[in-house]
Design a binder for this molecule. Structure first.
Ligand code: LIP
Length: 265
């Protein structure tokens, strides 16, 4: 295990403990970024803990964070210095409503490649982790994607943006999936959706996101044997590891079938 992965796992657990105790012991304060996107004081406290710890341990590294440095996400792929990509609470709406499907997500990119990812759900005490080329793990045990090959037996996860304008194409894609697959799940945390796919609990996933939502989980799924891509063209010069639009992640048997379905919608 690299020093960076050990650091990321310890930090994710520490931030997870903070958000767990914060919700247990205090009333949550919250606000709406841009009038739509929920953020709680726990998001901000966890973000501060994570970013302060990174700056102390890795002073020369860059940070992309949903709560304190979102504007540099687009540059993450080409940053010269190593970059930490942070979502202090993925599944903020779930967290604010007392649900248990929320996680701390930490990824580390070097030279334009995501080298490690950690996603920790403190409410289930589940630590998903991966380093490039080293496999994927849940609480230290190796995980693999499902072997479901028939769409009619497949459970597919997705999600929807905070702003609902222009949602019609998403409804059309949802109709396609419901007409051809066993069922859908909308669990409210992209990072955990993708990690559950890596662990074989889901068979496919699609959504458009922000980089911090998926940077860690996408590597975990890839290391667990998933095919990770996009169901619309990726612009020239953009590496799919950093491309936020129309993500599609599935086991290798289902990926081409889902790609065809989503493109036909
Ligand atoms: C959330 C994602 C979820 C998506 C939500 C939101 P947040 O991230 O994890 O999959 O559907 O719209 O983007 O805002 O909780 O970090």
């Amino acid at each position: 295990m690299s020093e960076e992965l050990d650091f990321a796992m310890q930090l994710a657990r520490e931030a997870g403990q903070l958000i767990f105790e914060h919700r247990r012991d205090a009333d949550l304060d919250h606000a709406y970024k841009g009038g739509n996107e929920l953020v709680t004081d726990a998001d901000l406290a966890a973000d501060k803990l994570i970013c302060d710890s990174i700056r102390k341990a890795w002073p020369g590294h860059e940070i992309v964070s949903e709560e304190s440095a979102p504007e540099v996400a687009a540059a993450a792929q080409t940053m010269a210095e190593p970059v930490w990509i942070i979502d202090p609470i993925d599944g903020t709406v779930n967290y604010a409503h007392g649900h248990f499907q929320s996680a701390v997500s930490i990824a580390h990119s070097v030279g334009g490649e995501i080298k490690l990812g950690v996603v920790y759900n403190p409410f289930m005490d589940e630590m998903f982790s991966a380093e490039k080329g080293q496999g994927a793990f849940l609480n230290g045990a190796s995980i693999r994607v499902s072997e479901v090959s028939d769409l009619r037996r497949a459970i597919i996860a997705t999600g929807f943006p905070y702003i609902k304008q222009g949602i019609e194409p998403m409804v059309d894609r949802l109709r396609q999936i419901l007409n051809h697959c066993a069922d859908i799940r909308r669990l409210g945390s992209a990072a955990l959706d993708i990690c559950w796919l890596a662990a074989g609990r889901l068979d496919g996933y699609y959504e458009s996101l922000s980089l911090w939502d998926f940077a860690a989980a996408r590597l975990i799924a890839q290391e667990a044997g998933a095919h990770c891509g996009n169901f619309s063209p990726v612009p020239a010069g953009i590496d799919p590891q950093f491309h936020c639009d129309d993500l599609l992640i599935a086991n290798p048997e289902l990926y081409p079938q889902l790609l065809k379905l989503l493109r036909q919608a």
